[in-house]
Write a protein that binds this ligand. Structure first.
Ligand code: P1T
Length: 383
């Protein structure tokens, strides 16, 4: 089946990029576990020369990802960070990147501790505030970079509004869509130039593979990124591409269940006397509840909260959950709990992006919501 833009996302998740193998009729994309390809004569081949440059399993994954995000082109990488790093090679020394001030700790680390040393200029702003974004643009701003919802504060940005600001200044807008997934939000349709995923998370969905991807429409920029993908070489292996492709098939189903469960868990937490604050875009108490309703097809599976007892209480709860595993990462079928300040966001400590040490972040999985709530209840009971 070819990819038709008219298909709904549930259908694209199952079919996009995948066609029966012409050799055997295999319904599932084969794992082309090969580094190289026989040539009939010098330079005469079937489109594949070397697996850093192209691999059929990766091609299928890239086609699927482009279809899911409603974009023309996609490129897959060995990790989310490798994806972001490769995109940042489009920015030249002396140019400015305006980044959201709440991003994954590793993204901040790449910007501040790696790329700044190569002459790229970074500044950070709350992209939820379009006026602040406008004021923070500089004459040499090349790229505006944001997450929505953000990791870990779950703040939202009006993508269409910020795309307008970026474009008026001649800059690109890159949106890290990892927390939403294309099932809940498609930033290219709102004006973003790059959509990025840590496919390690919802897209892979089973916590068994690390990967990343970018989806975009501009063919000239895609050609440059494809050149960089090959030149730098941070590519995923065929097995990783296969696992990610398999995860994609259930993406729509999983996202629906993540949302259903997270809404119930967030409501439980909001009603609990030991909980001081719950941050979840699906609660009316979220400052951008209306934007979530307008921009997203569902509020997602990520919840952050602060306990009355602060950091000590946060550590106690994280230590005592049984179904929620204490671990970094998110977006898998299983529920996870973590403290961003000492774990995923340790790299932003002592920076203006530092996270409240008492913040707890949970990735609500697809288990029974009742069981998840019982688990949190018993862990909160230890306080
Ligand atoms: O881990 P990797 O596949 O390299 O992706 C990095 C990354 C990029 N963008 C966002 C929004 C992310 O959340 C991540 C990775 N985040 C975690 C590992 C975490 O637990 O938050």
């Amino acid at each position: 089946m070819t990819t038709e833009p008219t298909y709904h996302i549930e259908t694209l998740a199952v079919h996009a990029g995948v066609a029966p193998d012409p050799v055997s009729g295999a319904v599932m994309t084969p794992i082309y576990q090969t580094s190289t390809y026989a040539q009939a004569d010098v330079g005469v081949h079937k489109g594949y020369e070397y697996s850093r440059t192209d691999n059929p399993t990766r091609t299928a994954l890239q086609t699927a990802l482009a279809a899911l995000e409603g974009g023309q082109h996609a490129l897959a990488f060995a990790s989310g960070m490798a994806t972001i790093d490769t995109i940042l090679r489009l920015v030249r020394p002396g140019e400015h990147v305006l980044s959201g001030n709440d991003v994954y700790g590793g993204t901040f680390r790449l910007f501040d501790k790696v790329l700044a040393a190569y002459g790229l200029e970074f500044s950070f702003v709350d992209t939820a505030d379009s006026t602040a974004v406008q004021a923070a643009m500089r004459p040499h701003t090349k790229l505006v970079w944001l997450e929505t919802p953000t990791n870990p504060m779950l703040r939202l940005t009006d993508i269409a509004a910020v795309a307008q600001i970026a474009h008026a200044a001649g800059a690109w807008l890159g949106v890290d869509n990892t927390f939403a997934s294309p099932v809940l939000q498609r930033p290219l349709t709102l004006g973003a130039d790059f959509v990025v995923h840590s496919t390690t998370k919802y897209i892979g969905g089973h916590s068994d593979v690390v990967g990343g991807a970018v989806v975009l429409n501009d063919t000239a920029v895609y050609e440059r990124l494809k050149f960089l993908q090959n030149a730098i070489g941070a590519v995923p292996g065929p097995m990783d591409c296969f696992l990610t492709l398999r995860g994609i098939k259930t993406l729509a189903l999983r996202m629906a269940q993540h949302c259903r469960n997270a809404i119930k868990v967030a409501q439980f937490l909001a009603d609990h006397p030991q909980v001081a604050e719950v941050i979840y875009p699906g609660l009316e108490s979220h400052p951008q509840y209306e934007l979530a309703q307008r921009q997203m097809a569902g509020p997602g599976g990520m919840i952050s909260f602060i306990l009355q007892g602060g950091e000590a209480a946060a550590r106690t709860v994280a230590r005592h959950t049984k179904l929620f595993t204490l671990a970094e990462s998110l977006g898998g079928v299983e529920s996870l709990i973590e403290l961003p300040a000492p774990m995923t966001h340790a790299s932003v400590a002592d920076s203006p992006l530092a996270v409240d040490p008492g913040l707890v972040r949970i990735s609500v999985g697809i288990e029974s919501a009742a069981d998840l709530i019982t688990d949190l209840q018993q862990a909160l009971g230890k306080l």
